[in-house]
Design a binder for this molecule. Structure first.
Ligand SMILES: Cc1cc2nc3c(=O)[nH]c(=O)nc-3n(C[C@H](O)[C@H](O)[C@H](O)COP(=O)(O)O)c2cc1C
Length: 540
């Protein structure tokens, strides 16, 4: 096995929280060095985007019947481009308590630390010249980093109106608080951001597709992240390119062949910009550097054999877009669950269905599903309390069954719709198990259900390479985002749970070795508001 593979395994093992020993962390919070959650490029030309969502705030979440009012195909212009960002990565609110005030965004983030940055590469859009731009959520603006020769963009032969988005991560924002486990959190956050953008695109009648042929270095160069002169703290606040997303604004799904060599042909003229300093001092986390290096993706060509499942365009998808378009900016993480509400069965099924591989955000993934939520059902009407598994790919059932405890019953609950591969594993009250395995957090036991996202691990890493490690987290993050949104649509709230005791879950399920790993937790239920917090508008 390659050195990179061993490094990924070693990192994953040493960053498991155990009840007696948490993964290596900073041991306290150095508030004077908290990294700025907002990157900005000083001296960059700023193109202000419109601070306007799909609906005026008064009608967000109103549920008024305006079917298809929005969910027609939107043409690409500055309004729709502004909406794409405003409904996915912008600030969506501020909270204040005593003398402190903080902003929250449309996309969630572990610890609200927001390691994910987003860049736009686009040909001319109305008055926007072709170029590479950084999206700045704080001002909801695009910052011009490089002008692009239009002919070189045209030479890519992309379908008219295609936008390219590149996501990157600043691990230091997470490691400041979470230490070594921060690489995992950063990758989960990328998954949430990918889904957030893809859902907003879907609401505009657009399609998203993850273009995974280029390698990490190609994306780094495209963004200019390797240019040391752009960063005052280059080594310490290094930003790592993650993934390229194509958005087809003609509303059709295209199969691109966007290779590494195509990106390098883009003729860019860099602007003399300088990234802001995020914090004055830094704590090095060697293992994050090691795993990040090991998980760098080389350029590949058509590496995935699975053909993508294009998301449906039928009535169900239109309805979903119509519902989501009102609530994307209203999503919030639950901090405390009420511990008593129960969830109607149709709502539970709707939440699962939102994370099916054929549901809108998942159409962007070019690989076969690897992640299957194990579900602790606490209070879902018409469903026995107990431990369940929901298979997002039915073909993996026998393998999973063989790997897990023999005692599991693998019974399909009687009212389960045919298209949901949901199985009861063991009946009983699983609240304590959910809480204990989620670092003893009450939100895991006080919701209506909690989930542990079980992922295929060793096999895909061997098949594709250690770079696939990040992708497993992206898939988990996307499932989390779908759970958040579908939960809100059903009148419930969710919360991602990055703190969990990995190996306790494995033991509970009878799993050993590296075939499967638990990679993310989630809880869904009725949240209790915190009366001490004051809500403030997103932008002053
Ligand atoms: C990957 C990830 C892991 C998280 N882990 C936890 C957790 O273990 N416990 C918790 O209470 N909240 C957790 N959260 C919720 C965040 O704290 C929350 O997203 C953040 O404070 C921003 O609030 P918002 O989601 O309302 O925008 C997690 C969120 C994400 C995306």
């Amino acid at each position: 096995m390659s050195e990179g593979f061993d490094q990924v395994i070693a990192y994953h093992q040493r960053t498991k929280h155990q009840p007696q020993a948490m993964a290596p962390g900073p041991g306290g919070l150095d508030w004077s060095n908290q990294p700025d959650p907002f990157r900005s490029y000083e001296a960059a030309t700023q193109i202000m985007l419109k601070r306007q969502g799909f609906f005026p705030p008064a009608r967000e979440g109103s549920g008024e019947e305006t079917q298809n009012e929005l969910i027609r195909h939107s043409p690409l212009n500055m309004e729709s481009l502004s909406q794409l960002f405003f409904e996915s990565l912008a600030i969506s609110g501020q909270k204040s308590l005593a003398n402190s005030r903080w902003s929250l965004r449309v996309n969630p983030s572990s610890g609200n630390l927001h390691p994910t940055e987003c860049y736009l590469i686009a040909g001319p859009v109305a008055a926007l010249p072709p170029g590479v731009y950084h999206y700045a959520p704080k001002s909801h603006a695009l910052e011009l980093l490089a002008k692009m020769e239009e002919e070189s963009w045209q030479a890519l032969h992309l379908p008219g109106g295609t936008l390219l988005l590149v996501f990157s991560s600043i691990y230091w924002r997470e490691s400041w608080k979470y230490g070594e486990r921060a690489f995992r959190y950063s990758m989960l956050d990328v998954g949430h951001a990918l889904a957030a953008v893809a859902v907003a695109a879907h609401c505009l009648g657009w399609q998203a597709s993850l273009e995974d042929d280029p390698g990490t270095e190609d994306l780094t160069k495209l963004l200019g992240l390797e240019e040391q002169s752009r960063f005052s703290h280059y080594d310490l606040e290094e930003e790592h390119a993650d993934v390229l997303l194509a958005i087809f604004t003609d509303g059709r799904r295209h199969q691109l062949s966007l290779h590494s060599s195509h990106l390098s042909q883009l003729k860019l003229q860099r602007e003399p910009v300088r990234a802001n300093i995020l914090s004055l001092q830094h704590v090095p986390w060697t293992w994050i550097d090691l795993v990040s290096e090991a998980a760098k993706k080389p350029p590949t060509s058509y590496v995935y054999s699975a053909s993508f499942s294009s998301p449906g365009t039928g009535r169900a998808q239109t309805d979903l877009a119509s519902i989501y378009s009102r609530l994307l900016r209203l999503r919030r993480s639950a901090q405390v669950m009420d511990g008593r509400s129960s969830m109607p069965l149709p709502s539970f099924f709707a939440i699962l269905r939102a994370a099916m591989p054929s549901a809108p955000p998942f159409g962007l993934l070019p690989w076969k599903p690897c992640v299957h939520p194990v579900i602790f059902v606490h209070r879902v009407e018409g469903l026995e309390k107990g431990l369940y598994i929901w298979l997002r790919d039915a073909t993996q059932k026998e393998e999973l069954k063989a790997a897990m405890l023999e005692d599991f019953v693998w019974e399909r609950p009687s009212r389960t719709p045919q298209d949901l591969e949901l199985y009861l594993l063991a009946q009983g009250d699983s609240r304590l198990a959910a809480k204990e395995t989620s670092c003893r957090q009450d939100i895991a036991s006080d919701g209506c259900f909690a989930a542990a996202m079980l992922s295929q691990f060793e096999e895909p890493l061997q098949k594709y390479g250690p770079w696939y490690y990040s992708r497993l987290f992206w898939e988990c993050g996307m499932i989390g985002q779908a759970f958040y949104l579908a939960g809100e649509a059903a009148g419930f709230q969710g919360c991602g749970i990055g703190c969990f005791f990995d190996d306790i879950v494995h033991r509970m399920l009878g799993l050993s070795g590296w075939k499967y790993q638990d990679m993310y937790h989630f809880t869904s239920g009725r949240a209790l508001p915190d009366p001490r917090l004051i809500d403030l508008p997103a932008y002053d």
